[in-house]
Design a protein around this ligand. Structure first.
Ligand code: DP6
Length: 324
């Protein structure tokens, strides 16, 4: 039986940056995100094959990439007792050439598709734990709307899962992804965070900020307090990047356009347009605003000399099965 699923990407409002267990992808601290309708991975999976095959955006995966995916599917095989191969086809509806992270939606979709195709019925919590093994941020894409990924305390990781704290319908926040470079990112987030952990004198200082920021972000989301969310999201982003910049050698994901756009967002806000920025392990700038300001800001940024492209996302659903 072939299973078809969709999963959306997500953007952290309080960042995940550092692991307490690199094999299980257990985070050193929790994080908070919004799941993004408009950045979607569609995946199909069927067991009963002589060997594993993975096709992503029409490209058959080989070597390390295929081995990583097979290792992930091994977790599903172990759990279900299956020993046969899987055929997976996956595609993103957003430009992968832009170097936008697709591991969150990709592994969330693969976790759900492979589990269902193997005949497993997993709870959302178990699916989040499974997706986390592929990529930490994928744990959050299992859930919809506004999401809290719990750090957890157990060594086996069963309590480190993400869950929705408010559905997508709770708050019509829009996220404009301002693309500032073409091509894949220089340093994968796994490597950037490991280097930060091992060598940055600011790493522990960063981790010490996270729990307070999570409390403030959850409160801001619950109250739909835009100003409070703006404050916490920008400080979480800047503190995370500061910890990386202090690594040896420094982890610096920004380009000149990134910095220009940070200033532009601040100018806009000072001029009375409520918006805030956040940036992940790459040079693109994600600008959040409320629904009534989104189209105006999109037009403005499309004309901006530092912006190559704009993707427009809204709060989205968690990973779910779809018809073929
Ligand atoms: C900066 O989830 O890509 O986007 O667990 O090693 O696969 P791995 O890392 P990944 O890291 C995301 C880092 C971030 C912040 C965030 O999404 O919370």
């Amino acid at each position: 039986m072939t299973i078809h699923v969709q999963a959306n990407s997500n953007i952290a409002l309080v960042k995940y940056w550092g692991k307490r267990d690199p094999v299980l992808n257990l985070p050193a601290a929790g994080s908070v995100s919004m799941t993004l309708a408009g950045l979607t991975t569609t995946t199909s999976a069927a067991f009963g094959q002589p060997a594993d095959t993975f096709e992503i955006n029409g490209q058959v995966q080989t070597g390390k990439a295929a081995a990583k995916l097979s290792k992930f599917v091994d977790l599903v095989r172990e759990r279900s007792g299956r020993t046969d191969g899987i055929a997976v086809k996956s595609s993103n509806d957003f430009p992968t050439a832009a170097g936008l992270a697709s591991s969150a939606s990709g592994f969330a979709a693969l976790a759900l598709a492979a589990a269902r195709a193997a005949g497993l019925t997993l709870s959302p919590q178990e699916l989040s734990v499974l997706a986390r093994r592929g990529s930490g941020s994928a744990a959050r894409s299992i859930a919809g709307g506004f999401v809290h990924w719990h750090r957890g305390a157990r060594a086996d990781g069963v309590d480190s899962y993400a869950e929705s704290v408010a559905p997508a319908s709770h708050w019509d926040l829009h996220c404009l992804v301002l693309v500032t470079a073409q091509g894949a990112k220089d340093l994968p987030s796994t490597d950037g965070m490991n280097l930060t952990m091992k060598t940055s004198p600011f790493y522990q200082a960063w981790i010490d900020t996270v729990e307070t920021d999570i409390g403030d972000a959850l409160q801001a989301i619950s109250a739909r307090d835009f100003q409070q969310l703006a404050d916490v999201a920008e400080r979480s982003c800047l503190t995370m990047h500061a910890s990386g910049m202090a690594a040896r050698p420094g982890v610096l994901y920004w380009n000149a356009r990134t910095v220009e756009l940070i200033h532009e967002v601040r100018r806009l806000r000072a001029g009375g347009s409520p918006c805030f920025f956040t940036i992940d392990a790459g040079p693109h700038v994600k600008v959040f605003c409320e629904a009534n300001a989104a189209d105006g800001l999109e037009t403005l940024f499309r004309r901006h000399e530092s912006v190559l492209d704009v993707l427009h996302a809204t709060p989205g659903e968690g990973a779910h099965e779809v018809q073929a």
